[in-house]
Design a protein around this ligand. Structure first.
Ligand SMILES: [Zn+2]
Length: 636
C-alpha cells in the first residue's frame, strides 16, 4: 500500500482579476460528463418491488443533463440508454473527453431491513480541489432538497474516480432498497428534485469560472538531469496558491513565483534535491478570485549522471584455465548515491584486447561477463567504459585454486536470477545468492560429492542440488527453483474481514504467503457500519491488486459465495470453490451467484464475497479456507 502526504506550500501573489459568470448561462464554457451507473445486464441495486437502480440513475442523469444544458454547459453522457458499459470504458470516455467535471450517478442498497434514508457523496480521494468542492456543495444541496439529514461525504477510490483524469464525484442519491424511497424514486418529483440539487451544487462550484493551467513543456515525462526542476506554466487567471503532492512521497519543499511582465505566467520549482527516478507531480491551483483548477498530473523523470561505480567479480579470482563466461557485478550510482536509473551504453574492456559492449538497462546493478578462453595468466585487467569514459577499473587475479571452486546461479522459471537465496553446504557453511542470482562457493578438496541445500524465498519449494566433481573448478548450470504455485507467485490479494475473523484469516494467509502471494489485510471492527467503503478505498489505493476476497457474516441458510454479475474470474473462483467443497464427506454445500455487495462492483479487480450464515457446523469456515487456499494455488 502506498500512502502519500500532502506537501503544501503557499505563496501569495498580488494580482486579482475578476471572473464574473454570465447570469443567463452560468455554466458557459464548462464541460460535464454525466455517468448514469450500471445498465443493461447490470441492474445495480434492485428495490423491493423490482425498481432497477440502472433505470433511476439514467432518469436522474437525463434531467440533470437538460438542466445543465439550459445553464450553458456542454454536457455528454456515458450512456443514454439501457446498455452495459464497463467501468474501464466509462473511464476511457472521461480520458478522451477530458471534461471539467465527471459525475457518476447511483442509488444505494442496504441489507439492513430498517434504516433511515440518506444520500452519500464520494469524491476522488486524490483530488482535494474541484472534486471535493463540488462534493461538499452536492451534500449541502441534497440535504436542502430533502435527501436525508445524515448525508455523508467521503473521499473514495472507486474505479471510476481513482482512474479518472477529470475532477470526479459519485453520488448515491438514496437507498432504493427502502420501500418508501423506492416508491418515491418511481415518480418524477424525487428525480427532478435530485437533478435540481445537483445542478445547484455544480453552479455553486463553478460560480467563479474555472481556472485553467497549462505547462509549457516539450515532452512528457519531463526529463531532467539535475536534482532540481523549473517548470513554466501559464494560467487564464492570476494564481494565488499551488498545492503540490509528489509521488513517491517527497518531503522537499516546492515553491512558485511569477515571471514578471508576462501575464499570469509562473515558475514552479523544488528546493530540495531529487534523486534519480520517476516522479509524478499532482497539482491543483487556486486563483486569487476564488476559482479552482482541475488536477494536473505531470510526470518527471530525473536521470542524474553516474557519479560512483563499482566493478566486482562474483568470485574473488579466475581459476587458471577457466573457459567461458565469468560474471562481474557492476554497480552504478548517481551523485546522491542512488542506484542508476538510466539506460546506458557500455563497453567492458579486459585482457589484451577483448571487449564486450551493450546497454546497461535501467538498473543500478547489472551482471556483465568476461568471455575467457582459458589462456589468461596471472591477472586480467577490466575496465568499464560508460558513454565513452572509463569510469571503473579492477584487476582480477588468475590462479590455480587450492580449494574447490564453484560458480553458480539461482534462477526462476523465466530465467531471471533470484537474489537472497540461502545455500548451505559442507559442514554448516552458507552462502547467499547475490544480484542476478549468482553465488560462489569455495570448499576444501577433501569433500567428495557435495550437496547444496537451497532454502528458497517465500513462494518457492525447498530443493537440493548435488555437485559431482573430481575437484576441478565447476560452473554449475543455473539452478532453477520451482514455485509452490505459479498462479499465486507475485500476485497481490486483498482480504477484507471483520476483526473477529482474525484466526480464520490467518489460516488462509499462511498458505497463500507460502506460495509467494502478497497479502493486503483490510480488517474492520465487527460493528463498523458500511466497512466496505473504507476497505474498498484502501483496496483501490493499494496498487496492482489482483484480487479482493471479502469475508462476512450474514443471515441465511447456506454459505454464500458471490461474484461480479459479469462472471469472469470471480465466477470461476466461486464455482471452483463450490466444487472443491462438494468433495468433502459429507459435502459442504455453498450457494454461488452474482452479488450486489459493494466491494464486488467498485474495485475493478476480481472480487469474491464469502458470507457465512449465523448457523452452521463450527468447522465449516476452517474447511472452507483450506479449500479456498488449494483452489487459489492450483488455479481455477
Ligand atoms: Zn450503483
Amino acid at each position: 500500500m502506498i500512502r502519500t502526504k500532502l506537501a503544501v506550500l503557499l505563496v501569495f501573489l498580488l494580482v486579482a482579476t475578476g471572473g464574473f459568470a454570465n447570469s443567463l448561462a452560468p455554466l458557459k464554457g464548462i464541460s460535464i460528463l454525466l455517468d448514469p451507473g450500471h445498465g443493461g445486464t447490470d441492474p445495480g441495486a434492485v428495490g423491493p418491488t423490482g425498481l432497477k437502480e440502472s433505470a433511476v440513475n439514467l432518469r436522474v442523469a437525463r434531467y440533470l443533463r437538460d438542466l445543465l444544458k439550459a445553464d450553458g454547459a456542454e454536457v455528454t453522457m456515458t450512456r443514454d440508454k439501457d446498455v452495459f458499459i464497463s467501468l474501464a470504458d466509462r473511464v476511457a470516455m472521461a480520458t478522451k473527453r477530458n471534461p471539467d467535471l465527471f459525475v457518476s450517478i447511483h442509488h444505494n442498497a442496504s441489507l439492513k431491513p430498517v434504516m433511515n434514508n440518506r444520500s452519500e457523496i464520494y469524491f476522488n480521494a486524490i483530488d482535494r480541489g474541484i472534486s471535493q468542492k463540488v462534493g461538499n456543495s452536492m451534500m449541502t444541496e441534497l440535504a436542502k432538497w430533502g435527501f436525508g439529514e445524515e448525508s455523508i461525504i467521503v473521499p473514495a477510490g472507486f474505479f471510476v474516480l481513482r482512474n479518472n483524469p477529470a475532477p470526479s464525484v459519485l453520488t448515491e442519491g438514496g437507498y432504493i432498497t427502502i420501500p418508501k424511497i423506492e416508491q418515491e424514486l418511481q415518480t418524477g418529483k424525487a428525480l427532478t428534485n435530485q437533478a435540481q440539487a445537483l445542478r445547484r451544487a455544480i453552479r455553486e462550484t463553478f460560480k467563479d469560472g474555472i481556472l485553467r493551467v497549462k505547462f509549457i513543456i516539450s515532452e512528457e515525462p519531463v526529463k531532467i538531469d539535475t536534482p532540481f526542476f523549473n517548470l513554466i506554466f501559464s494560467a487564464n487567471r492570476a494564481i494565488e496558491q499551488v498545492n503540490v503532492r509528489m509521488v513517491p512521497d517527497r518531503k522537499s519543499g516546492f515553491g512558485f513565483d511569477t515571471l514578471p511582465s508576462i501575464g499570469n505566467t509562473y515558475r514552479l520549482y523544488n528546493t530540495e534535491a531529487l534523486a534519480s527516478g520517476m516522479y509524478e507531480l499532482q497539482l491543483t491551483f487556486s486563483g486569487s478570485d476564488g476559482s479552482t483548477s482541475a488536477r494536473t498530473l505531470l510526470r518527471l523523470q530525473v536521470d542524474l549522471p553516474v557519479a560512483h561505480s563499482a566493478l566486482v567479480p562474483v568470485a574473488p579470482f579466475i581459476p587458471e584455465g577457466f573457459k567461458g563466461r565469468f560474471p562481474v557485478r557492476v554497480t552504478l550510482r548517481d551523485d546522491m548515491k542512488r542506484l542508476n536509473t538510466r539506460s546506458l551504453p557500455f563497453r567492458l574492456i579486459y585482457g589484451a584486447n577483448s571487449a564486450t559492449s551493450g546497454v546497461v538497462s535501467e538498473q543500478g546493478e547489472t551482471t556483465l561477463f568476461l568471455d575467457l578462453n582459458g589462456d589468461e595468466k596471472e591477472a586480467v585487467n577490466v575496465q568499464l567504459e560508460i558513454e565513452g569514459k572509463v569510469i571503473s577499473a579492477t584487476e582480477i587475479a588468475v590462479r590455480v585454486p587450492e580449494r574447490r571452486f564453484v560458480l553458480g546461479r539461482i534462477i526462476d522459471l523465466n530465467g531471471n536470477g533470484i537474489r537472497g537465496v540461502k545455500i548451505s553446504y559442507g559442514a554448516d557453511e552458507k552462502v547467499i545468492s547475490g544480484p542476478d542470482g549468482f553465488f560462489y562457493i569455495s570448499y576444501p578438496k577433501i569433500y567428495g560429492n557435495m550437496k547444496l541445500d537451497i532454502a528458497p524465498p517465500l513462494g518457492y519449494d525447498k530443493s537440493e542440488y548435488w555437485i559431482r566433481t573430481s575437484g576441478e573448478p565447476v560452473v554449475l548450470p543455473a539452478i532453477s527453483l520451482k514455485p509452490v504455485s505459479a498462479r499465486l507467485l507475485g500476485t497481490r490479494i486483498a482480504i477484507m474481514a471483520p476483526l473477529s475473523f482474525d484466526n480464520l484469516i490467518r489460516r488462509l494467509v499462511k498458505p497463500l504467503m507460502g506460495a509467494g502471494a502478497e497479502i493486503v489485510r483490510l480488517n474492520y471492527p465487527e460493528n463498523q457500519t458500511r466497512p466496505e467503503y473504507q476497505s474498498v478505498l484502501e483496496a483501490n489505493l493499494a496498487k496492482d491488486l489482483d484480487m479482493l476476497l471479502s469475508f462476512k457474516r450474514e443471515i441465511g441458510g447456506a454459505i454464500a459465495v458471490r461474484h461480479y454479475h459479469r462472471g469472469g474470474r470471480g465466477k470461476l473462483l466461486a464455482e471452483a470453490l463450490k466444487f472443491s467443497l462438494s468433495t468433502e464427506n459429507p459435502p459442504i454445500v455453498v450457494k454461488t451467484g452474482a452479488g450486489s455487495d459493494y466491494e464486488i462492483g467498485h474495485t475493478g479487480v476480481t472480487s469474491v464475497v464469502i458470507a457465512f450464515p449465523e448457523q452452521m457446523p463450527p468447522d465449516y469456515p476452517e474447511k472452507l479456507v483450506a479449500h479456498l487456499a488449494q483452489v487459489l494455488k492450483t488455479g481455477f
